[in-house]
Design a protein around this ligand. Structure first.
Ligand code: GLP
Length: 534
């Protein structure tokens, strides 16, 4: 299922109308599957305008509507027959005899359904089906059930649908409790499908649709078996209020995001005693936040490698565990899990300094080098979670051994630990240098800040070490640029708080490359914010 994420309802209606218009232009005699409900009204308005301007022609098109209440008079202002005439048929040059809607006045509804199904078949099937989605995941009037009827049929409406439709009727008694609807297989036989979802009332179901396996409780998930479905939704329907959790070796961070706005942030200590205890404490915190902020989806960023949905990490007790399943025991919401560095990159790409770009690579400089690759605003995932750029080999001849088992990994040369190691060696080799004095004054130890203290004091040894470090850093970034061609590289980690001292000489080393070199604006919050955006 492809997703077109629109800023608002107007853009959603425009995108949908472009697809319908292209269909009619390419094949004027198209068989269109039409939907009712409030969502496609903007689409129909656009189609009416395009038809008025002579951009599209309905005269050769045939239409089949998805559904109709049963029983209902065509003249009833709430019938779908009435709706279609009001919003489309009476306003475009369509041949009324080529429009079809299940007959809510039929005496024999079962026969009406059989005939309707046959008629679609006789027309060679639907070329482009437009769908809305009910808050419970229904499409057409295919309601959640143990067993879904595949062809056009008479169905009972669920309480939640009757409730959702009550806004259109004056009294509850008037709301039909049955309907005639195309079945799931009728819909799936369409050559192309567009599914429209707008507004916050749809965010829960859109989250469930995108995050759930195919199941009859959310009928729209059936669309996942179709090769050409586009979900067109606006930001309110797509996001709702999201909770992001970033599980780290020391702290667990939580962030609540609505649209692009950060609503709340907090953190707790990581409870590393046992897997169960850690999941339980994080879940309890989540449940509090969920009830307070009416959260619709939860994203989890975890350290370690994710393979086939199982997480294996070293600094938290995750030994091939299915994190999403473990959290589902406590949290009844769609849950998505990804690697923490990927989450940080996504956070930066959607909410931070990377938000103006489509393709970025985030590089986190710390004990090692972490990375996340964002292509077209999405995490670029491989067979397992990828982006392990710190383990790109930059020295094949006499490379420094890396705990990962390889030799010559980039992080052995360009991480902050590597810088400290290089500076310590240089200090010991130059005992008359300022760097060495600082080393001695600090119990024979250096850290990032002390190295910059020596640089600020004009120590040539410290300067030389840092210059070589920057060369190593630049070498790796050059390879990343050559392979991925990102628009921007975003650097994060405490060392980047040195700002100009690192960014200016780095940009100088990369001046022949067409890429923006930036410093993360979200820094330590990027992981939790990105998890929220998963
Ligand atoms: C009705 C229709 C569906 C439609 C749904 C959502 O149940 N049978 O086809 O998708 O309403 O309507 P709305 O777009 O008003 O939310």
């Amino acid at each position: 299922m492809r997703v077109i994420l629109c800023e608002n309802y107007e853009e959603l209606s425009l995108q949908a109308s472009k697809i319908v218009a292209s269909q009619l232009i390419l094949k004027p005699e198209s068989i269109l599957g039409l939907a009712t409900g409030s969502t496609p009204i903007g689409l129909y308005e656009n189609l009416v305008k395009m038809n008025e301007m002579g951009e599209i022609d309905f005269s050769k098109a045939t239409t089949f509507n998805l559904d109709e209440y049963y029983p209902i008079k065509k003249s009833n202002s709430q019938s779908y027959d009435y709706f279609m005439n009001k919003h489309l048929f009476s306003k475009v040059n369509i041949n009324k005899s080529k429009t079809h809607i299940p007959n809510g006045e039929a005496i024999d509804p079962v026969k009406e359904c059989e005939d309707y199904e046959l008629l679609i078949k006789q027309h060679g099937g639907i070329d482009l089906q437009i769908l809305g989605i009910g808050q419970n995941g229904h499409i057409g009037f295919n309601e959640p059930d143990f067993n879904l009827n595949s062809v056009t049929h008479l169905t009972n409406l669920t309480e939640s649908t009757i409730e959702a439709n009550s806004r259109f009727f004056e009294s509850r008694e008037e709301i039909p409790t049955k309907a005639l609807t195309m079945g799931i297989s009728t819909i799936l036989k369409s050559k192309k499908i567009i599914l429209l979802a707008s507004g916050a009332s749809k965010s829960k179901v859109v989250g469930e649709l995108l995050n759930s396996e195919i199941n009859t409780n959310i009928p729209a998930t059936m669309l996942k078996v179709h090769p050409d479905v586009i979900l067109i939704c606006d930001r309110d329907a797509y996001s709702g209020v999201r909770l992001g959790v970033d599980i780290g070796g020391t702290n667990v961070k939580f962030a609540v995001v609505e649209g692009n706005t950060v609503k709340f942030k907090t953190q707790t200590k990581t409870e590393k005693e046992s897997f169960e205890k850690l999941i339980k404490t994080i879940s309890q915190q989540c449940i509090d936040i969920i009830s307070q902020y009416k959260i619709k989806t939860v994203g989890i960023g975890t350290p370690g490698i994710i393979s086939n949905g199982k997480v294996k990490a070293t600094n938290v007790p995750f030994d091939n565990v299915d994190l999403a399943k473990a959290f589902k025991k406590y949290i009844d919401l769609p849950i998505t899990v990804d690697n923490d560095a990927n989450c940080a990159a996504l956070g930066e790409a959607q909410l931070g300094v990377g938000s103006q770009y489509d393709n970025i690579v985030m590089i986190t400089l710390g004990t090692g080098i972490g990375g996340g690759i964002i292509t077209h605003k999405h995490i670029c995932d491989g067979k397992t979670s990828n982006g392990e750029i710190g383990h790109m080999i930059i020295n094949a001849v006499d490379g420094i051994p890396c705990p990962c088992g390889q030799k010559g990994c980039w992080e052995q040369y360009a991480s902050v630990s590597a810088l400290i190691r290089q500076a310590t060696n240089a200090a010991l080799e130059n005992k008359n240098s300022t760097l060495y004095s600082i080393y001695e004054e600090n119990s024979n130890q250096l850290n990032g800040e002390l190295i910059f203290e020596a640089i600020d004091a004009g120590c040539p040894v410290a300067n030389q070490v840092f210059s070589t470090y920057l060369d190593y850093l630049a070498v790796g970034i050059k390879s990343i640029i050559k392979i991925l061609s990102p628009e921007a590289i975003v650097l994060a980690g405490a060392i980047t708080l040195q700002n100009d001292k690192i960014i200016t000489p780095l940009r100088e080393r990369l001046k022949d490359y067409d890429v923006d070199i930036l410093i993360s604006t979200l820094q330590n919050d990027a992981g939790a914010l990105g998890a929220a955006m998963l």
